[in-house]
Design a protein around this ligand. Structure first.
Ligand code: PLP
Length: 403
């Protein structure tokens, strides 16, 4: 059996282990100074005013959606039954918080090129109660954001961005996740940087940042920029246990903050390695299996710190005249040691969990369905042993025998 080519592998090295040990030696494990330092470094990295670390990308989405229905300040909030446009191709925890907050997800199709929500489909799906869009930047690719911002402005939609899969991706030189009210990121171990589990919300809005801060930890006033003023307005309470909103507990640990600081320093080098691998894979497919399209290969070669594509995994789609079926391709890869997965949830609207959800599907989700039936993905590694790389090269070369 060849050395496996896995979907994802841990990238934590000696420096990360030393940073985690330093936290354990310090005796301070709960969220503290290192999380704060990581938040500031992350905000700087993506060009946002504020960043708030949480325990997962799913929690980041949960907090963002909560702020659609509950905000301090004079922002008009969404009411139960109001609708949020979501793409058919997404991750479930983009949509669950929408449902959990009594909002109605309206599924629209995605662009076959960028895999992001398709605006023509969105325009056809709009209804009188459509109040927000939750855009997903899929697998490291940022679409051209200008049309999305213009669309949301024109139709009075609040815009949230799920950039959990797209750290390092830019549109027009600006980082994915910084165009809407808030954007989310995931640091699960298979993503661009790893804190094992972890996530971040970024925003330029100071009031929103304060609200997210309370939501992250019990709803209390601690760590808010306006805590002194709130405490003065409620003199009968001890500021340390003063609660201003309903909240969760989705705090990260100090170890996750320490890991994030080290990993962020390695981000650029890891992104370059991911892109180099994508380039090689595109070349190998071009030779042995031209019917196997590496989705996103149109952007290969456009590198640099404002890259549009940051390659989280390698998604493929079979051409209609492919000599093999998608399942045959997957079997051939798996038999040769290459781990495969569907392209995230494919068309989420078709999953059994959605059967009892109050949702709308007013347009056909043709591309989302096609990605479910004709697509799959494999890992794209920032650190890869030579023998695992050979496993992949040989597995792709084996398609030459059937082409
Ligand atoms: C688009 C998207 N959103 C949200 C998440 C959730 O992130 P996490 O696994 O950190 O909860 C993921 C996870 O892979 C994702 O791909």
């Amino acid at each position: 059996m060849p050395v496996p080519y896995p979907l994802a592998a841990e990238t934590l090295g000696q420096e990360e282990i030393a940073a985690a040990k330093a936290v354990l030696d310090s005796g301070r494990f709960t969220m503290g100074e290192r999380v704060g330092l990581f938040e500031r470094a992350f905000a700087h990295c993506v060009g946002a005013r504020h960043a708030l670390m949480v325990n997962s990308g799913s929690s980041a989405n949960l907090l963002m959606v909560d702020t659609l229905v509950r905000r301090t300040g004079d922002i008009s909030c969404l009411a139960p039954g109001d609708e949020v446009l979501v793409p058919g191709l997404c991750w479930p925890t983009t949509v669950w918080p929408v449902v959990q907050h009594g909002l109605v997800p309206v599924f629209v199709d995605v662009s076959p090129r960028t895999l992001a929500l398709d605006l023509e489909s969105a325009a056809a799906a709009l209804g009188p109660r459509t109040k927000a869009m939750f855009l997903v930047h899929v697998l490291g690719r940022a679409p051209d954001m200008e049309p999305y911002v213009a669309f949301c402005r024109k139709h009075g939609l609040r815009l949230l961005e799920d950039a959990c899969e797209s750290l390092g991706a830019h549109s027009g030189g600006r980082h994915a996740g910084t165009f809407g009210e808030a954007g989310s990121f995931s640091f699960y171990f298979s993503h661009h940087i790893s804190t094992i589990e972890g996530g971040m919300v970024v925003t330029d809005d100071g009031t929103l940042h304060d609200d997210l801060t309370s939501l992250r930890a019990h709803g209390w006033v601690r760590n808010r920029s306006d805590r002194a003023a709130v405490a003065r307005a409620h003199p009968g309470f001890d500021e340390r246990f003063l609660f201003v909103s309903m909240g969760y507990n989705v705090r990260p640990t100090e170890i996750q903050g320490a890991l994030g600081l080290v990993q962020l320093n390695r981000l650029e080098a890891m992104l370059r390695n991911r892109e180099a691998l994508a380039q090689d894979v595109a070349k190998w497919c071009g030779g042995a299996a031209p019917w196997l399209e590496l989705i996103g290969s149109d952007l290969l070669g456009a590198r640099g710190p404002t890259r549009q594509h940051s390659w989280m995994t390698l998604p493929f789609r079979l051409a209609p005249d492919a000599p093999l079926t998608r399942n045959q391709v997957i079997r051939q890869l798996e038999e040769r040691g290459v781990e495969t997965r569907p392209i995230i949830a494919g068309n989420l609207a078709r999953h059994p969990a959605l059967q009892r959800v109050n949702m709308r599907t007013p347009v056909e989700l043709i591309q989302s369905d096609r990605l479910l039936s004709c697509g799959f993905m494999i890992g794209c590694h920032p650190v890869l042993a030579d023998d695992a790389r050979q496993t992949l090269e040989r597995a792709i070369a084996s398609f030459g025998e059937v082409s």
